[in-house]
Design a protein. Structure first.
Length: 82
């Protein structure tokens, strides 16, 4: 597995509260079941995403700050809310 892909999967696994192995299994299962689903880490990194009416300007500002944080700091913040 390319190191960059492994790092991305490991970060997504941490965000989703799974081991690397379970993250890979879940993604394989989702792809075989035809589920078009993205991990939160992927969604959080999409630039110019359309948030719709559910996100206020404050929500968007907080998300913009969160996106600029290094991944380890993002994971630390997420762990505080669990």
């Amino acid at each position: 597995m390319p190191p960059e892909l492994k790092d991305r999967l490991h970060n997504a696994a941490s965000i989703n509260g799974r081991s690397l192995n379970m993250e890979i299994i879940q993604r394989l299962q989702d792809s075989l079941d035809g589920v078009a689903k993205e991990a939160p880490a992927t969604i959080l990194r999409q630039e110019g995403a359309d948030y719709g009416p559910v996100m206020s300007d404050l929500d968007k500002a907080i998300l913009a700050v969160f996106r600029r944080l290094p991944v380890d700091k993002q994971l630390a913040l997420i762990s505080l809310f669990r």
